[in-house]
Design a protein around this ligand. Sequence first.
Ligand SMILES: Cc1cn([C@H]2C[C@H](O)[C@@H](COP(=O)(O)OP(=O)(O)OP(=O)(O)O)O2)c(=O)[nH]c1=O
Length: 192
Amino acid sequence: MRFILGSASPRRKDLLAQLGVVPDAILPPDIDEDPKPRELPRPYCLRLAREKAQAVVAAPEDIVLCADTTVALGRRILGKPRDAGEAAAFLTLLGGRRHQVITAVAVRRGDRLWTREVVTDVKMKRLSDAELNAYLASHEWDGKAGAYAIQGLAGAFIPWISGSFTGVVGLPVAETAALLAAAGYPLYRGDV
Ligand SMILES: Cc1cn([C@H]2C[C@H](O)[C@@H](COP(=O)(O)OP(=O)(O)OP(=O)(O)O)O2)c(=O)[nH]c1=O
């Protein structure tokens, strides 16, 4: 059995390391991440995690783990911003409100698939022009759903969350441990 991380995200690799899991291979899937017309954030996020896990080529005994993180403002999906202008628009929408960060995790072994979704409520303060401009200049928004990363400078904008911090960063470690155990990954055996 090999453990394959199907993700290009360095955060996901680091969060797995927190569980003592080191991938034998990293094979990021390349799927179309466009939402379907009128698709809601939770079904979208779960669909993407599933499609990522199905897209990774693996042997039947291998365990594949993929995830997707989506920022939802009501029914609206805020994906990864295309440029600084879109990042500014996202952060302006999120500031002064509560939103949800959904992370769906999919673990596949052969044709069996285990999934979990974790939803976290996040409150972001309204940003001043100086805060917004400094954040845009940092480029930390690049490649992040909703145009921010709670684990970096944007932590200063987030006074409150309810849910899973690791879920917001990209991989909820408690739920991931449970999925890996369900798939037969030898998590708590020191000899692997
Ligand atoms: C909201 C938020 C998102 N993110 C990141 C996690 C994800 O990497 C990214 C959302 O994009 P994803 O599409 O979930 O993941 P990815 O494209 O980075 O990697 P892959 O599909 O190969 O697994 O946003 C943070 O790092 N911190 C945060 O606070």
